[in-house]
Design a protein around this ligand. Structure first.
Ligand code: UD1
Ligand code: UDP
Length: 357
C-alpha cells in the first residue's frame, strides 16, 4: 500500500497528524508520501503544527496559497498532477473541506487514483459556503469515505453514495487532542495570556460571512462590552487580522488580541475557558469533547452532533447576541456526552481498514 496524504491548512494538520502516524506504523514510513499544498503558509498557521504534532516534513511543497478560490484550486490541480504521476500512490488521502481538499481529490480522480476522504459526510445544507461544495464534491469523488459521526452515514446514503464506500471510524481531530492532552493540560496558557483559568471567553472568528463585511466591527464592539464582565482572549486568524487592519479596528480594554497560537497553547486556552465563541468547525468538536460551553456565531453547522451533545449553541450570524454569553454560562451542562468513537482510536481504525482495502 502506497499512500499520498495531502494537507494544506491549519485544521488539516490537526486531522491528518494521527492518520499519517498510524499509516506509517502500519505500512512503513517510505510507503507514506506527504504533500503540503501551501494554502496556509505563515509559521503560526503551518510550521508550528508540524513541530508540535510530529507531522513529518512534507515530501512535496506546492506553494499554492492565496488568491481567489478558483486560482488556488487551479494551482493545486496543476502542481499536484506531476507529483501523483511521480509517486504513483494506490490512494490519495484528503481531510476535511478546504479548497486544497477538493483540488487534491479532483486531481487524483483525473489521474485515475482512488481517493480516501477523512471527515466525510458532514453537511450544513448551506451551499453559500465554499466548504459545503468542497465536502459534497470530495465525498462523491471518493472511493473510501471515513466518517466521524453517525449522522454522516445518513447524509451520504441520502445522496446515493453506495454503502460499501462508507466506514464509520470516528474523529481524528479528537485523536490528536487525546494524544496531547497531558502536554496541553500542563501548559498554563491562560496565565501567560494575562487571564485567570476558568474566567475568560476564548474567541476565534474567520468565516468570510462574518469577517469580510460590516459584521466584524459589530462583533468587536460586542466583545468590548462583554470584556467588562468576562475578559476576552482572541488569537486572530490572518484573514481577520487583514480585515481589522483595513477597518482600523483594534482591541479595547479587556480584549486580548494576539497572533494565532500553536496547538498546545490553543488547547490549553480552550480547556481552561469559561466559554468559547467561534465560527470554526473543529473548535465546535473540541469543546464538545472537553465539555466547555461553545457559542457558534453562524446560522447553521455541519456538526449538529455538537449541538445535540449540549455544549454547542448556535447564536446565528448576529454579533448583538454575543452580549448574552456571560448570562448563559450558569445553565451550561457539566459534561457533555462525547459522541460515539471520538475516543482517540479513529486513525488506527483508518489504517486497519486501508490494510484490507
Ligand atoms: C480556509 C478554509 C476554511 C477553514 C480555514 C481554516 C477554504 C475555502 N477555506 O479559510 O474552510 O475553516 O482555512 O483556518 O478553503 N493568509 C495568510 N497567511 C496564511 C494563510 C492565509 O496571510 O498562512 C491570508 C491570505 O491573505 C489569504 C487569506 O488569509 O488569502 C485567506 O486564506 P484562505 O486559505 O483562502 O482561507 P481561510 O480564510 O484561511
Ligand atoms: N487552533 C490553533 N490555534 C489557533 C486557533 C485554532 O491551534 O489560534 C486549532 C484548533 O484547536 C483546531 C483547529 O486549529 O484544532 C481549527 O482550525 P480552524 O478554526 O482554523 O479551522 P476550521 O476547523 O474552522 O476549518
Amino acid at each position: 500500500m502506497r499512500l499520498l496524504h495531502v494537507v494544506g491548512t491549519r485544521p488539516n494538520f490537526v486531522k491528518m497528524a494521527p492518520v499519517i502516524a498510524a499509516c506509517r506504523e502500519r505500512f512503513g514510513a517510505e510507503a507514506n508520501v506527504v504533500v503540503h499544498t501551501g494554502q496556509h503558509y505563515d509559521r503560526a498557521m503551518s510550521d508550528v503544527f508540524f513541530d508540535e504534532l510530529g507531522v513529518p516534513v512534507p515530501d512535496h511543497m506546492l506553494g499554492a496559497g492565496s488568491g481567489s478560490h478558483s486560482e488556488m484550486t487551479a494551482r493545486v490541480l496543476e502542481r499536484l498532477e506531476p507529483v501523483i504521476r511521480e509517486e504513483a500512490p494506490d490512494l490519495v488521502l484528503v481531510p476535511g473541506d478546504v479548497n486544497s481538499t477538493l483540488a487534491a481529490a479532483l486531481c487524483a480522480a483525473r489521474c485515475g487514483v482512488g481517493v480516501g476522504h477523512v471527515e466525510s459526510g458532514l453537511r450544513s445544507r448551506d451551499r453559500g459556503m465554499p466548504e459545503e461544495i468542497n465536502r459534497i464534491a470530495t465525498d462523491h469523488l471518493s472511493a473510501v469515505c471515513f466518517l466521524h459521526s453517525s449522522e454522516a452515514i445518513e447524509n451520504l446514503l441520502a445522496e446515493g453514495v453506495p454503502e460499501e464506500r462508507l466506514s464509520f471510524v470516528g474523529n481524528t481531530m479528537i485523536d490528536t487532542l487525546v494524544a496531547l492532552e497531558e502536554r496541553f493540560r500542563e501548559r498554563g496558557a491562560a496565565r501567560a495570556a494575562g487571564v485567570e483559568p476558568g474566567s475568560y471567553l476564548l474567541v476565534t472568528l474567520h468565516r468570510p460571512a462574518l469577517v469580510d463585511g460590516p459584521l466584524l466591527a459589530d462583533a468587536m464592539s460586542a466583545l468590548a462590552e462583554v470584556a467588562a464582565e468576562l475578559p476576552v482572549v482572541f488569537p486572530v486568524h490572518p484573514r481577520t487580522r487583514a480585515r481589522m487592519e483595513g477597518l482600523g479596528l483594534s482591541g479595547r480594554a479587556g480584549v486580548h488580541l494576539s497572533e494565532p497560537v500553536g496547538y498546545l497553547d490553543f488547547l490549553s486556552l480552550e480547556a481552561d475557558a469559561a466559554a468559547v465563541l467561534t465560527d470554526s468547525g473543529g473548535i465546535q468538536e473540541e469543546t464538545t469533547y472537553l465539555g466547555v460551553p461553545c457559542f457558534t456565531l453562524r446560522e447553521n453547522t455541519e456538526r449538529p452532533v455538537t449541538v445535540r451533545a449540549g455544549t454547542n449553541v448556535l447564536l446565528g450570524l448576529d454579533p448583538a447576541r454575543i452580549a448574552e454569553i456571560p448570562h448563559r454560562l450558569g445553565s451550561a451542562p457539566d459534561k457533555a456526552e462525547v459522541p460515539e468513537k471520538w475516543d482517540g482510536e479513529a486513525a488506527r481504525r483508518i489504517a486497519r481498514i486501508l490494510s484490507d482495502w
